[in-house]
Structures are given as structure tokens and as C-alpha cells.
Write a protein that binds this ligand. Structure first.
Ligand SMILES: Nc1ncnc2c1ncn2[C@@H]1O[C@H](COP(=O)(O)OP(=O)(O)O)[C@@H](O)[C@H]1O
Ligand SMILES: [Mg+2]
Length: 366
């Protein structure tokens, strides 16, 4: 019996995307089926290139065709992606620079110094390395860190349409208040000026097409942050904390702030979770306490996205303009950042499919 396109589609309609709870054919993920004797290939368009289930879904596709169509088939799925757009930016009007930005993710923290910028930068780079189009905007007016963390000294140019052209480094489109003011020049703006500056800043930048725009928020949960999260069409927010009780108390306020304005919290990240001395590679010292952010996430019923260890190279990478996911791919923190980027992208896909993350079901064809 010859292999046909219909038989392939029939088989693939048994493969369920475990995050979205529907089969790949219903989700319109399959295209370009080609059959040449026993050789079968097709494209699978996942909802993010950073899909943590990619390998499993690929295996499930191969198994489905072999079991249900022809055991001798040579099956080659081409794993690709089309990132889904959030309702938030779909509603932007056609002239908005954010219209073609599929997802805007705020990275927030209850207090400063917990590694919010470090997380924002490494998430952006990890998503780009996975194959996504990524931008990063630093709205921390009082302590902009993107110029240092990317080692950028130049200023952005203005296009003929009078929009600011973001600078680009390591494949990421970048904008920062720090590009506009001298490093030693203190910014003394008041709250309302800050939020209107941020709005203008986002709206006057020529972002082009982006899958993810990561936004580094100023630390805290005051009026400035509240105004920003209310005026920007956010897909969701990620809250960064360190393990200490004081930081966790502030992280809780961060989650509450987003809930108040109905911005979905995609999850909590614990930074500086533990320390491993180089001479004792199997030991983890939980200097600031253990499991705090995970427990908080559980209590607040938001996803826990992962923990990042304290590593000297993370700090060095930040100071020299080379984020750790580029500087040392094998380091424990780089591995953690990649994993967190995948989990974050997964949460975004789930939200964009209109699902509650708690409805997530795990089924794949055996
Ligand atoms: N996991 C980590 N390991 C080591 N140093 C870190 C880590 N995360 C952040 N840092 C360092 O801590 C300092 C504060 O981090 P930063 O990202 O600027 O925090 P925030 O944006 O929350 O103020 C920076 O010097 C940064 O390099
Ligand atoms: Mg910062």
C-alpha cells in the first residue's frame, strides 16, 4: 500500500501537543508533506523555537507514522516554528511600532540588586540563540544596565520616518535610557515623567518584527512600575527574586501588582540560588536559604521557572558585555538560563492559546 498525504495527516492527528492539549493537525502545525517511496518528510511548526518539548514531539511524529502508516517508512520531521502573537499587541493599531512585536515580557523584581537585568539579558540571548527574533528594552531609568551588559557606547540613529533605530548586538535589538544620557549624569525625573518617557521610548522605536521583546523594569512595585505595566501591551511578566525572606516578601508584592492590573505572571525565577565552589563541583551551598522562591510560586499558584546559581563568571560577563549564555555555554548558570528561557516561552505559548496554565495536560503518543 502506497503512503499518501492523507494517511500521514491521519497518523499525525494522533500526536498531541502536550502544552496546548490538541493534536498537531488541528493546530495547523503540519505543512509541506513530501513523500518519495518510503521517504516521508514534513514541517512541524511549533509555537516557539525554544519549545522544551521539541525532541519529544519529533519522536512522537516519527512513531505515529511508523506505527500507523508504514513500519518501514523513513520519517524526517523538519522541526520549525511560528511564534504566536499575544492578544495584547494584536490589539495595537496598524501604525503602532508594537504591532509586529508578537510578545512583550516584563522582567520585574520587588527590589534592586537581585539580578533582574542579568536575567533579562540572558533570557533575551537564550531566546535568540534558540532561533527567535528578540529585542530588549531597558526601562530602568535610574539604573540602566544594558549599555554595560552589552558593552555599548554608541548612540542610536534616527530613521527617515523619525523613529529611533535600536542598536543591535549579539543578535538582539537594544534600547536603553542609558543610550540617551551620560553614564555619570544622574537622572532626577519624577515618577510621571518616567512613565511617559518609557511610553514614548517604546512607541518611538522602530522595533520591526519581533517574536519577543523583553522589558527590564525598574525595581520595585511603586507608581512608576504600575504605570508602565498598565500602559505597555504586555503578554506577561516574570518576577525575579533571591532566596532571602526580605526579597521573597517583595517578590510577592510584585506578583500582586501584576495580578491587580490583570497582567499574567508567567512565573518566578530564583537567582543566586546556591553556590558551588569550583574545587567542590558536586556541592551546592544554599547561602541565602533553600527553596524559598519555589515555595512562594507554589503558594501563589504561579509557575516556578527555575533557579540560577551564583557564579563569578555571571558577574564578570555582565561587567564585560558578554552575557554568560554566550561566554560559557556549559556553565551551570548558562544551562539554567536556557532552561528558564524554554519554560518562559512555553508559558507564553500556553497563554497565547487562551489556556490557563493549570489546565496543562501531558499527553504524547507512546
Ligand atoms: N547568578 C549570579 N551570579 C553572580 N553574580 C550575579 C548573578 N546575578 C546577578 N549577578 C550580579 O549581581 C549584580 C546585580 O545584578 P543586576 O542584574 O544588575 O541586578 P538588578 O537589575 O536586579 O539590580 C551585578 O553585578 C550582576 O553581575
Ligand atoms: Mg538592573
Amino acid at each position: 500500500m502506497a503512503i499518501t498525504e492523507d494517511k500521514i495527516l491521519d497518523a499525525l492527528s494522533n500526536v498531541i501537543d502536550p502544552d496546548l492539549g490538541k493534536d498537531l493537525v488541528t493546530l495547523n502545525m503540519i505543512e509541506d508533506i513530501s513523500i518519495d517511496g518510503k521517504n516521508v518528510s514534513f514541517t512541524v511548526n511549533l509555537t516557539t523555537p525554544a519549545c522544551p518539548m521539541k525532541a519529544e514531539i519529533e519522536r512522537a511524529c516519527i512513531n505515529a507514522v511508523k506505527h500507523m502508516v508504514d513500519p518501514e517508512a523513513e520519517v524526517t520531521p523538519n522541526m520549525s516554528s511560528k511564534v504566536t502573537q499575544s492578544q495584547a499587541t494584536k490589539q495595537e493599531d496598524a501604525t503602532s511600532v508594537l504591532r509586529n512585536v508578537k510578545n512583550i515580557i516584563a522582567v520585574a523584581s520587588g527590589k534592586g540588586g537581585v539580578g533582574k537585568s542579568t536575567v533579562a539579558v540572558n533570557l533575551a540571548v537564550a531566546l535568540h540563540k534558540a532561533g527567535a527574533k528578540v529585542g530588549l528594552v531597558d526601562t530602568d531609568i535610574y539604573g540602566p544596565s544594558i549599555p554595560t551588559m552589552f558593552d555599548i557606547k554608541e548612540r542610536p540613529n534616527i530613521s527617515t520616518q523619525r523613529k529611533v533605530i535600536p542598536l543591535e548586538k549579539h543578535g538582539i535589538k537594544l534600547m536603553s535610557m542609558g543610550f540617551m544620557v551620560e553614564a555619570d549624569q544622574a537622572v532626577v525625573w519624577r515618577g510621571p515623567m518616567v512613565s511617559s518617557a518609557v511610553k514614548q521610548f517604546l512607541g518611538e522605536t522602530d522595533w520591526g518584527e519581533l517574536d519577543y521583546l523583553i522589558m527590564d523594569l525598574p525595581p520595585g512595585t511603586g507608581d512608576i512600575q504600575l504605570t508602565i505595566v498598565q500602559t505597555v501591551p504586555l503578554t506577561g511578566a516574570i518576577v525575579v527574586s533571591t532566596p532571602q525572606t526580605v526579597a521573597l516578601d517583595d517578590a510577592r508584592k510584585g506578583v500582586a501588582m501584576f495580578e491587580k492590573v490583570k497582567v499574567p505572571v508567567l512565573g518566578i525565577i530564583e537567582n543566586m540560588a546556591y553556590f558551588t565552589p569550583p574545587e567542590l563541583p558536586d556541592n551546592k551551598y544554599y547561602i541565602f536559604g533553600q527553596g524559598g522562591a519555589r515555595n512562594l510560586a507554589e503558594k501563589l499558584q504561579v509557575p516556578f521557572l527555575g533557579e540560577v546559581p551564583i557564579e563569578q563568571s555571571v558577574r564578570e560577563g555582565g561587567d564585560e558585555g558578554l552575557p554568560i549564555v554566550l561566554k560559557d555555554e556549559q556553565s551551570a548558570s548558562a544551562v539554567a538560563f536556557r532552561d528558564i528561557a524554554e519554560k518562559s516561552a512555553q508559558q507564553i505559548s500556553i497563554r497565547n492559546a487562551g489556556m490557563d496554565p493549570t489546565e496543562k495536560i501531558e499527553i504524547l503518543i507512546k
